[in-house]
Design a protein around this ligand. Structure first.
Ligand code: C5P
Length: 206
């Protein structure tokens, strides 16, 4: 069984996917971490975030591995665990440009399609492009202010600055983030994390 949970930035996808996966006793897969790791490698190597050939050659020479652990995904570069460096504002600001490059998307999607099911996959295009035959699909939204307030609990920036960055990232991600026609859309603005997890579990096929 494959369940997809897509949605806008900071809509709570990974917390929800983690909770749903735990309730089902399966792993969850956080696709955004691979885009973030590709961005971190490009930044560390001083590569242009728009130059697909050099970026891809660098990714092929430095293989990244996504480890879909039930408690939280990790990304490894050989023996180096990159995970804790993937949510900086620098990576946030660059990741949409990297994620727009078709060869990078193919590289990420090929890795995701190798994972054995069952799992819950979260991202932007899990239900549309990567797992169009998923058994159940969801798309999470929330107002920019609510998302910024949630993220402010994890970052040292103020809410208006975070909100502006989220709105800008939504704009840049619009081309690669859309609900599948058969996805259930859940507006999480007024829901607790447990409430969203419950809504997803209630929407699964029997
Ligand atoms: O989900 P998260 O916010 O960590 O994703 C980081 C970025 O990776 C997104 O802003 C988007 O640019 C890109 N992404 C994507 N497709 C996915 C997952 C993430 O383009 N399936």
């Amino acid at each position: 069984m494959i369940v997809t949970i897509d949605g806008v930035a900071a809509s709570g996808k990974s917390s929800v996917a983690s909770g749903v996966a735990r309730a089902l006793g399966v792993p969850f897969v956080s696709s955004g971490l691979l885009y973030r790791a590709a961005t971190l490698l490009a930044l560390e190597a001083g590569l242009s975030l728009e130059g697909a050939p050099a970026l891809l050659a660098h990714l092929e020479a430095n293989p990244l591995r996504l480890e879909p652990l039930a408690g939280g995904n990790r990304v490894w570069l050989g023996g180096r665990d990159l995970t804790d460096d993937l949510h900086s504002s620098r990576v946030d600001a660059g990741v949409s440009a990297v994620a727009r490059l078709p060869p990078v998307r193919e590289w990420v999607n090929a890795q995701l399609r190798l994972l054995p099911d069952p799992f819950v996959a979260e991202g932007r295009d899990m239900g549309t492009n990567v797992f169009p035959h998923a058994d159940a699909k969801f798309y999470l939204t929330a107002s920019p202010r609510v998302r910024a307030e949630r993220r402010a609990r994890e970052r040292l920036e103020d809410v208006p600055a975070i909100e502006a960055a989220l709105v800008e990232r939504d704009r840049r991600d619009a081309g690669q983030s859309a609900p599948a026609p058969d996805a259930r859309i859940i507006d999480t603005s007024a829901l607790s994390l447990e409430g969203v997890i419950g809504a997803v579990l209630a929407g699964l096929p029997a």
